[in-house]
Design a protein around this ligand. Structure first.
Ligand code: ZN
Length: 159
């Protein structure tokens, strides 16, 4: 069986009063991620991992922020589209492991719902999705709560 691995990274600015969507879940916080779509940094990193695994370029290539179709859109729809692109080329998603890096708020209570939402969009079992979170120990732009970062890896299998 042929398998491939993919890696994704994303970063967004945090701005006061913005909604904060992570893994398709609205997180309660005084600030939120700023961007063209819903600025879901976690799902964007996952999308880039999927596209990378299949050597299909990056999220900016498929969903340019100059395209009005993607303004304010749920990034879960972008994830569905990435899975569809992989399927067209004979690839099935195996598992995802993702890491959020942000200073606040505490993410742990939201993780089960994030896994559910990502699982539905990705078309895989929630048990095949790992979402973890850490702080940046108050250092740098993440530590100053100016931004939020996410990393993801995924495995894809030839169908
Ligand atoms: Zn992004």
């Amino acid at each position: 069986m042929k398998i491939k691995v993919g890696f994704g990274f994303d970063v967004h600015q945090l701005k006061a009063g913005h909604p904060f969507v992570l893994g398709g879940v609205q997180v309660q916080h005084h600030a939120g991620a700023f961007g063209h779509s819903d600025a879901d940094v976690l799902v964007h990193a996952i999308c880039d991992a999927l596209l990378g695994a299949a050597n299909l370029g990056d999220i900016g290539h498929h969903f340019p922020n100059t395209d009005e179709r993607w303004r304010g859109i749920s990034s879960l729809i972008l994830l569905e589209e990435c899975v569809r692109l992989l399927g067209e080329r004979g690839w099935a998603l195996g598992n995802i492991d993702a890491m959020l890096c942000l200073e606040a708020p505490k993410i742990k209570p939201y993780i089960p719902e994030m896994k559910q939402k990502v699982a539905i969009a990705a078309g895989i079992d929630p048990d095949d999705i790992s979402i973890k979170a850490t702080t940046n120990e108050t250092m740098g732009f993440v530590g100053r709560q100016e931004g939020v970062v996410a990393y993801a890896v995924c495995l894809i299998e030839r169908q």
